[in-house]
Structures are given as C-alpha cells and as structure tokens.
Ligand binder design. Structure first.
Ligand code: TRP
Length: 448
C-alpha cells in the first residue's frame, strides 16, 4: 500500500490548521453575527465556547485523527476495531456535514472572486450604492453562479494537486499578508469620525439582549470558526507526525483564529456606525462595508485589490480543508484515485452550491423552515450539525476511549512534560462538561 501523505514540518502543520480555521467564518460570518446578536454580549458568550468547549474538542479531534491515521470515517472504524457498529460509523455524519458547509461556503467564495474582479476594474468609487451592488452580486442568476463555479473549480484544483505541497507553501505567504491587511483596515476604521459607537458596540455588553438564540448562534460560530465538529481537524491530524504537541498546536490555532475574528470586528463595526449603516445588515455586511471604506480612502483602489485577494485566499485555505474531508473519505474508503475522488466530490458540491446560490434570487420562494436554502444550510450546519458532530466526538473520546489511551496520545506516549492537572482538566471537560453543555443548548433550542 502507498504510504500516507504527511505534513512537512511543525510550521506547516500550524499554517495548515490556521489556514483551515481562519476564513470566511472570521471575516464574513463573525462580524455579521456580532451585528445581528447585540455586539459585546455575543462576543463574551462566544469566548466561553471557544476556550471551554471548542478547544478541548480540538484536542479531541486531534487525538482521534492522529491516533487512527485515517480519514474521518475510517478513523472511528479503526479505533473501535469493528467492535462497536454504531460508533464505527459516526464519521459518516462528518462527511455529510463537510459537504453541506462546502456547498454554501463556495457560494460566498464566489462572491469574493466577484469582488476581487470588481476591485481590479476599479468599481468601488464614491457615490456607488454598495447595497445595490451586493444585491446584484448575490441575488441575480448568472453572475453569482459563474463565480461559484470558478471557486469550486479552484478549490478542487488545489486539492487534486495534493494539499500539503500546495497549501503548506502558499499559506505561509498568505496568512501573514492577510494579518497585516486586516490590521491596517482596523486602524483606519478606528480613525473614522463616529467610530466610537462601533467600539462601544463591540466592547460594552448589554446582557438584556441575550436570548437562547444568541447562545446557540455563539456556540455555532465557535464551532464553525475553529473548524470543529465535522472532522476537518481529524483529517488534517491524520497527516501529522507523532512528535507534534497537540495541546500547544491547537491552542495556537485557536488564539490565531480569535485574533482574526476580533480584528475583523474592529475593522468593520466602527465603519458601520461611521457610515450610518445598521450592524444588523446580515450576510451582506462585509461586502457592503469594506468597498465603502475603500471608496473613501487614499490608495483605496489598490488596497481593495489586496484585501479581496487575501480574503479569497483565506476562504480557499478553509474550503480546501473541507473538501479534503470528503476526498480523503472517498479515496480511502472506496479506493478511488485522488483525482476521481476530487472530481466526484466537487461535482456533487457544485450541484448543491448552484441551488444555494439560486435560493437567494430566482428560487427565493422555495424555503425550508422559512429560510432560503442558503440560509437554511448555513444555520443547519453551524448551529446543529457541527455541535451534534462535536457531541458524538466527545462522547466517543470520553467514554469509548480509555483515559490511558487519550492521555497517551495527548502526551505523545508520555514523552512530553505536561502538567497532570491540565490533562485531567481536559479529560473532565471532554467527559462531562462539553457533552452536557452542548446537549442542554441543543435540546432547549429544539424544544422552543
Ligand atoms: N473555519 C473556517 C472559517 O472560519 C471554515 C471551515 C473550514 C469549517 N473547515 C471547517 C467550518 C470545518 C466548520 C467545520 O471560515
């Protein structure tokens, strides 16, 4: 049998993980959720989920992936050695979930290419109605479809070439660039007249606005942003060498992800208030505000091009990780060639992505649970499928894997000097806290 691929070095692992985590979730989804869920109070609840629930879950996915050295479906089969039929198959949910997320992610990825083209054509000028521009770019029929197709194609192209050689290399260039861009925009945004309203909105909590939906949305966003709950980390971890320190690599990824989300918030919210727009704009927030800022600043047209290039790359490094879940599954479970697996997966994604895109315009009347397909899949995956996936992972790792097995993987066979209390605290969260918290929130939202 061919030897399995693996990441080149420690830095490569970090960049790939950060590439997966940092994406549209931070720059597009986070600001609009903060906007529609009341600002700072949402962020505080979000922080709780990131550090108390999702980080231990990330360790857990890492443990499962690296121990099994297998795709997400095969991972559970390997770890149960075929003895627990139910648990051996839970990876199927992850593959489905990655597929669903990818379908609407590619539509937004298409918007980023569209806006990149617009910026090259210098269409962000003063006096343009950016609201209308976004509506045209997202709800008309052919334009978004074409860009979605291009986006799926590019994602597939990189995955076909082999993730490691492609991603590892260029993530090392793109991630720092993205970081600098977002900082620059955030600083500019803070100097706009009226920016303080936005800062207040981000940093002064108003807990009277918190509802069950806020908590659910914060949990969903924490899962989404950290790429937790559908086996992305399991799949990537299966390519990681045994020397990697799971705890520190995961923590670094989570912190990087959080910094990006906060920077995106600081870049966008002050400008929202400065331009007299509403933070509860919804999914269009990024695509309306950012061009507006660029239309008004010196060198804006050049900066706009840079910004949309890096936004596009940030999205791409994330969608690759999602596609990799499905491709690794198809190629290892069905013994497909990598190229065939990629083709099959992307063709199926394209079909659902086309429906998602059309659901914002032509098929707007065709709703599921009162939502167009796009919004339905966005909510379904983040708020339900990911937490359910995460719940199954922690129950599996907490109760079907022994303490010894879990600690052994977390401490690289006891070769790392780790604090005992830290290991026990993680184990306690994985066994008790995480499953209970996730269950309570899911059940209370379903009963509503
Ligand atoms: N985390 C990525 C983002 O913030 C998206 C993503 C990649 C993802 N892999 C995932 C989301 C797995 C959920 C699960 O844009």
């Amino acid at each position: 049998m061919k030897e399995r691929d693996s990441f080149g070095n420690h830095f490569g692992v970090l960049v790939a993980l950060a590439g997966s985590a940092v994406g549209l979730g931070n720059l597009w989804r986070f600001p609009y959720l903060v906007g529609t869920n009341g600002g700072a109070s949402f962020i505080i609840i979000y922080l709780f989920f990131v550090f108390v629930i999702c980080l231990p879950l990330m360790f857990t996915e890492f443990v499962i992936g690296r121990r099994s050295q297998n795709n997400v479906f095969g991972a559970f089969r390997t770890l149960t050695q075929g003895k627990k039929p139910f648990w051996g198959k839970i990876g199927a949910i992850s593959v489905l979930c990655a597929f669903v997320i990818l379908s609407f992610y590619c539509v937004v990825g298409g918007w980023t290419i569209n806006y990149l083209v617009k910026s090259v054509l210098m269409q962000f000028t003063e006096g343009v109605n950016f609201q209308q521009m976004f509506e045209h770019s997202s709800t008309s029929t052919t334009v978004p479809l074409i860009y979605t197709l291009i986006y799926v194609f590019l994602t597939a192209l990189i995955v076909i070439m082999g993730v490691k050689n492609g991603i590892e290399k260029y993530s090392k260039i793109m991630m720092p660039l993205l970081f600098l861009m977002v900082i620059a925009i955030a600083v500019h945004s803070l100097t706009l007249p009226g920016a303080s309203e936005g800062v207040k909105f981000l940093f002064y909590p108003d807990f009277s606005k918190v509802t069950g939906d806020t908590v659910l949305a914060a949990m969903g966003q924490a899962f989404f942003s950290l790429s937790i709950g559908c086996g992305t980390i399991i799949t990537y971890a299966s390519y990681v060498k045994k020397e990697e320190n799971i705890i520190s690599s995961s923590a670094a990824t989570a912190i990087m992800d959080l910094i990006f989300a906060m920077l995106a918030g600081v870049a966008i919210m002050p400008a929202v208030f400065a331009f007299g727009l509403s933070p509860s704009e919804g999914p269009g927030l990024l695509f309306v505000i950012i061009p507006q800022i660029f239309s008004q600043i010196p060198f804006g047209s050049v900066l706009a091009i840079l910004f949309f290039i890096v936004l596009f790359f940030a999205a791409l490094t994330s969608s690759i990780s999602l596609l990799e879940v499905v491709v690794a599954f198809l190629s290892e479970e069905f013994k497909m060639k990598r190229s065939w697996a990629t083709f099959t997966a992307s063709l199926s994604v394209t079909i659902v992505a086309v429906l998602c895109s059309l659901s914002l315009g032509l098929l707007n009347d065709w709703t599921i649970c009162k939502l167009p397909l796009f919004d339905f899949l966005d909510k379904l995956s983040a708020d339900f499928l990911l937490p359910i996936g995460g719940l199954l992972f922690v129950i599996f790792a907490g109760w079907k894997m022994s303490d010894e097995e879990y600690f052994d993987e977390l401490s690289n066979g006891n070769t790392l000097k780790q604090k005992r209390w830290l290991l026990y605290a993680i184990r306690f969260i994985v066994k008790y806290i995480a499953p209970i918290v996730i269950l309570i929130i899911l059940i209370s939202c379903l009963l509503k």
